[in-house]
Write a protein that binds this ligand. Structure first.
Ligand SMILES: Cc1ncc(C[n+]2csc(CCOP(=O)(O)OP(=O)(O)O)c2C)c(N)n1
Ligand SMILES: [Mg+2]
Length: 585
């Protein structure tokens, strides 16, 4: 990054140069005539171009890359339908506060609003889902727009940023001048000459100052820091508490490089802790302070609760899980999220990870007495629940017990494995049974709860974390969204392993629908041969129907993946009562 990159050849290359100075390793894309110069120039600058089969996948991949590296991921899609296809993934990234830069094609500047191919007004469509919609109109603005997009994506509350790249800004000046000259025609009527004059002026403006444009620079974005007073107040409140509790969510680990320091800090605080979202695995596979079960009871009993990067949304029953009399501390980059549904006693507006580290520096004093009982209570409840799960895992049926399957995956997966979660009940079960074993080793959609993230997240993970095992834990319904990406995995040698929990249905929905409406309409699927579909794309497909086939299939999958092969393991599941009664709204 310290080297001066080669000068840019054209607008597309200005964008590529801006990506290069940011150290972007991969651009995720699905091609289109509007963006060809960006892709070709990025490739020439040594950036890996990973072309997928649906634009949503490209954005999901950029999202995952951002979460795992702490640097914005980048996707490039063509104008019109390329952009409309990204909206779900873009919204997901926005709600997950994941920083990414989406480069979108656009019709030529002079033809916008005149019925050009794929020309729609993109701003009203995209703007609600991004921190900013950049609309450069001159070639020299392209590099700075990308540079600014990177800084903005990471600043404050991170999130996606969009840069619209009209195609006539992306090619070299001679070609564009020729294109506009052709468009101006050769007519001699006054109107023809006037049109040529207007077009000429338009082109001059587009390339104005292009020659003097500077190479883009990288702006370092310091994380926002909570006020010193909030650190002192929180520290005092926690020290006084008899039953303190910390809940740490994704936002606390947006500085991916700080994960180990954060884990140290949490250990030093010595307070029982629940981890969610990207923070799962922060404390390793087993840590004396970490609890996994009965969070609701713990929150009800705690007399001081610190929510680090966790809003009081549906996941905390809109704040009702925390008892009224408890001292509530909310550390959040977003002032709105810190106060969502419930006003905290202490609001620490800034980076939640840094806040925890600052708290740990203050917590040098010995732990107050009486805490051991609290920790022991939580621990024994946690262990009791694990024992119940063991019982549920031992229930034998016709096919494979989903809990037993997930326990086997827990044992068989490599120590550095990343788990990507995409599905309904099977995946919700996995979130209790399958433990992320290190920081940044668990990816789920986040608050938007969209199905279909799996393939894209896995691509983002595998391409930025080479050498690590990437397992997608798929519901059979969810796997249908991105199954075509097995083609992408094969073409690009992305050795992910997908485990499809095949219960022949959209079970999370069926469970309540059948109970309340006595109707399974639209919730039934078949025991489809998903492994054959993957094999059809050139990947490895394995079928598991009996418990004794589980471990051999997982070992074979690992072996194949280690040889660079993508694998899909289709596992026929039995029904389970594990998720009975749970409903998310
Ligand atoms: C894009 C999208 N469409 C629909 C839903 C609603 N939904 C939530 S869970 C679920 C069922 C998922 O089925 P599957 O992936 O097979 O997992 P299972 O519950 O069967 O284990 C559905 C349809 C959603 N969350 N996202
Ligand atoms: Mg299912």
């Amino acid at each position: 990054m310290g080297l001066t990159p080669p000068a840019a050849r054209h607008g597309g290359d200005r964008i590529a140069q801006a990506l290069q100075v940011q150290g972007v390793p991969c651009v995720y894309t699905l091609c289109g005539g509007h963006i060809s110069p960006i892709l070709s120039a990025a490739k020439a600058r040594g950036i890996r171009i990973l072309d997928v089969r649906d634009e949503a996948t490209a954005v999901f991949a950029a999202d995952a890359a951002a979460r795992l590296t702490g640097r914005p991921g980048v996707a490039a899609v063509t104008a019109g339908p390329g952009i409309t296809n990204t909206i779900t993934a873009l919204k997901n990234a926005q709600l997950a506060q994941s920083p990414l830069v989406l480069l979108g094609g656009a019709a030529p500047t002079a033809l916008q609003g005149r019925g050009a191919l794929q020309d729609i007004d993109q701003r009203p469509l995209v703007e609600p889902h991004v921190k900013r919609f950049f609309k450069p109109r001159r070639v020299r603005e392209l590099g700075p727009a990308v540079a600014e997009a990177f800084a903005l994506a990471q600043s404050g509350v991170p999130g996606p940023v969009f840069v619209e790249c009209p195609v006539d800004l992306l090619y070299d000046e001679a070609s564009i001048r020729q294109w506009y000259a052709d468009a101006g025609g050769k007519g001699t009527a006054l109107a023809d000459r006037a049109l040529r004059w207007v077009l000429n002026r338009h082109v001059r403006r587009m390339f104005d100052g292009n020659a003097e444009a500077q190479a883009p620079v990288v702006t370092r974005v310091p994380p926002p820091q909570a006020a010193e007073a909030s650190v002192r107040a929180a520290s005092a409140a926690l020290r006084k508490a008899e039953r303190p509790l910390v809940v740490i969510g994704s936002q606390a680990v947006v500085q991916a490089s700080q994960a180990d320091a954060l884990a140290d800090a949490v250990t030093r605080l010595g307070i029982p802790v629940y981890l969610s979202g990207m923070a799962r695995g922060l404390l390793g596979p087993a840590h004396p302070l970490q609890m996994r079960h009965q969070r609701r009871s713990a929150l009800r009993e705690a007399d001081c609760v610190l929510l680090a990067g966790v809003p009081c949304d549906f996941r905390l029953d809109y704040g009702k899980h925390v008892r009224r009399s408890a001292t509530l501390i909310a550390a959040n980059r977003s002032a709105r999220d810190a106060r969502l549904n419930r006003r905290p006693d202490i609001a620490a507006i800034g980076d939640a990870g840094d806040f925890l580290q600052a708290l740990a520096r203050q917590a040098a004093a010995p732990e107050p007495p009486g805490r051991a009982g609290w920790l022991a209570t939580l621990r024994s409840r946690d262990e009791a629940r694990e024992a119940e799960i063991d019982v549920q895992a031992a229930v034998a049926g016709e096919f494979v017990n989903p809990i037993a399957l997930l326990r086997a995956l827990e044992r068989e997966a490599g120590a550095d494995a990343i788990f990507v979660a995409d599905g309904g009940d099977f995946v919700a079960t996995a979130s209790y049974v399958l433990h992320a074993r290190r920081p940044l080793a668990w990816l789920d959609p986040g608050a938007f709860g969209t199905l279909g993230v799996g393939a894209g997240f896995a691509l983002g993970a595998a391409s930025t974390q080479p050498g690590r095992e990437v397992w997608i834990v798929f519901g059979d319904g969810a796997c249908g969204f991105g199954l075509t990406e097995f083609d992408t995995f094969v073409r690009h040698g992305i050795p992910v392993i997908a485990v499809v929990g095949n219960d022949a249905g959209w079970t999370q929905i069926a469970r309540e629908q059948v109970k309340m409406l006595h109707d399974d309409v639209a919730t039934v699927l078949a025991r489809t041969d998903y492994q054959a579909v993957a094999a059809g794309f050139g990947a490895e497909g394995l079928l598991v129907r009996r418990p004794d086939e589980v471990v051999p299939a997982m070992r074979r999958a690992r072996l194949l993946a280690a040889q660079g092969r993508p694998v899909l393991v289709n596992v026929w599941l039995d029904k389970t009562e594990f998720r009975e009664g749970s409903l998310s709204m």
